[in-house]
Design a protein. Structure first.
Length: 333
C-alpha cells in the first residue's frame, strides 16, 4: 500500500505528478479546427481560444486509436496524448491532409507536469508572473492561460484527473524543470506513480493503455459524456457510435465500472483478476489499488447485466474469492 504522505498532500494541499508517458502535437494552419473536426469525436470547431476538451480518435469501426486533451489557442491547437500513440497519430494525420492548410508538428522539446490539490492555485500563483490565485482557480478542466516563469512561456490548463482542483503545466523541458524546482521550494512534494495511479482510480478516470486499448469502443469505457459530441457533423467512427447510442439505447456488451473490494487487511486485488457471479466469470479488473480512504478499489469491465451500482460480485485474487460491490465513480469523498 502506498505511503499516505504525498496522497494526503494532494487531498489537503498540493502535490506534483510527473507525466512521463505523455507527448504533444501542435496543429497549425487556418484549416486546423475544421480538419480535426472530421477526425475527432468531440466538437473542435466549438472551441474558442483558451478553451479545450477531451476527445477520442477512432477507427471507422468505432474503436479507439487514442484519447487526448485538445487545447485551442489563437494560432494553434495543442493535442496532449499518450506518448505511445503520438507518432502513429502524427503520421496518420499527415497522410490524410489533401488541400487543407494544416501543419502537424511533434513538440519533442516540450514537457508537462501535473499540480493537484486544493491549494494548487495559490502555490502556482506564487511562482508564476502576473497571475492571481483567483484567476487560476476559475479555470475549468481544459481551460487554459499562457503565463511566464521568469520570461519563459508556460501554458496552465485546468485539470480534474485526480478528482480535485488541479492543473497541467506545459512548457519547454528546461522551463518545466525550473518550475518544478520553484514549486518544490514552496514545499510541494512529488507524488510517486503508485499514488498518482491511486488518485486516478479514485477519480474513476480510465487510462489509455491500461483500462482502454485499440479494441475499446468509447461507450464501453463510459466516455460518452466527456469525449463525444452528439451535435457535431461527421467524424471517423461516428456511424458506429450513433448506431449504439440511438438504435441500441447506449447498450454495450461490457462496461467499465468501479469496484469496492472486501480484501483482508494487507490484501488487495490485482490487474487481470477475474470477476465472477455464482462461479461464472463476468469480467476482469484493469486497474487496482488500496485507498487510505476507501480500502481496496478497482476499475474493471463487467458484462452489461452486472454493472448497476451495488451489485455484489466475487473477485478471484491470489487463488481466493473476496466479495466486491459495483461502485459509482468517482469513489466517495
Amino acid at each position: 500500500m502506498p505511503q499516505p504522505t504525498s496522497y494526503d498532500a494532494v487531498c489537503r494541499a498540493a502535490g506534483l505528478i510527473d507525466r512521463p508517458g505523455r507527448a504533444l502535437l501542435a496543429v497549425t494552419g487556418r484549416d486546423r479546427a475544421g480538419y480535426l473536426q472530421g477526425l475527432l469525436s468531440n466538437d473542435i470547431l466549438a472551441l474558442a481560444p483558451g478553451t479545450g476538451c477531451y476527445a477520442t480518435h477512432l477507427t471507422p469501426q468505432g474503436r479507439m486509436i487514442t484519447d487526448m486533451s485538445v487545447l485551442a489557442f489563437d494560432d494553434r491547437i495543442l493535442v496532449d496524448l499518450p506518448e505511445r500513440t503520438v507518432e502513429p497519430v502524427r503520421v496518420r494525420w499527415l497522410q490524410i491532409i489533401f488541400s487543407e492548410d494544416v501543419q502537424i508538428e511533434a513538440l519533442e522539446a516540450w514537457r508537462s507536469l501535473g499540480l493537484h490539490g486544493p491549494t494548487s492555485g495559490a502555490v502556482l500563483a506564487s511562482v508564476l508572473s502576473g497571475v492571481a490565485e483567483a484567476r487560476l482557480n476559475r479555470l475549468a478542466e481544459y481551460q487554459h492561460v499562457e503565463l511566464e516563469l521568469t520570461g519563459a512561456p508556460v501554458v496552465v490548463s485546468g485539470s480534474g484527473e485526480t478528482g480535485r482542483r488541479g492543473f497541467i503545466l506545459y512548457g519547454s523541458a528546461g522551463t518545466i524543470d525550473r518550475l518544478r524546482r520553484a514549486l518544490t521550494e514552496q514545499g510541494v512534494p512529488s507524488v510517486g506513480p503508485d499514488v498518482a495511479d491511486l488518485l486516478r482510480i479514485e477519480a474513476g478516470r480510465p487510462a489509455f493503455g491500461v483500462d482502454m486499448n485499440e479494441e475499446t469502443i468509447p461507450l464501453e469505457a463510459g466516455l460518452e459524456d466527456r469525449a463525444i459530441s452528439l451535435t457535431k457533423g461527421c467524424y471517423v467512427g461516428q456511424e458506429v457510435i450513433i448506431r449504439v447510442l440511438h438504435r441500441g439505447q447506449g447498450r454495450v456488451a461490457r462496461r467499465l465500472v468501479g469496484l469496492a473490494i472486501d480484501a483482508p487487511p494487507g490484501g488487495e486485488a490485482s490487474v487481470g483478476d477475474a470477476v465472477e457471479v455464482d462461479g461464472v466469470r463476468i469480467g476482469t479488473l484493469t486497474s487496482a489499488a488500496v485507498s487510505p480512504r476507501h480500502g481496496p478499489i478497482a476499475l474493471g469491465y463487467l458484462q452489461r447485466a452486472f454493472t448497476e451500482p451495488g451489485t455484489e460480485v466475487d473477485v478471484v485474487t491470489g487463488g481466493a474469492e473476496v466479495r466486491g460491490r459495483v461502485s459509482r465513480v468517482p469513489f466517495g469523498p
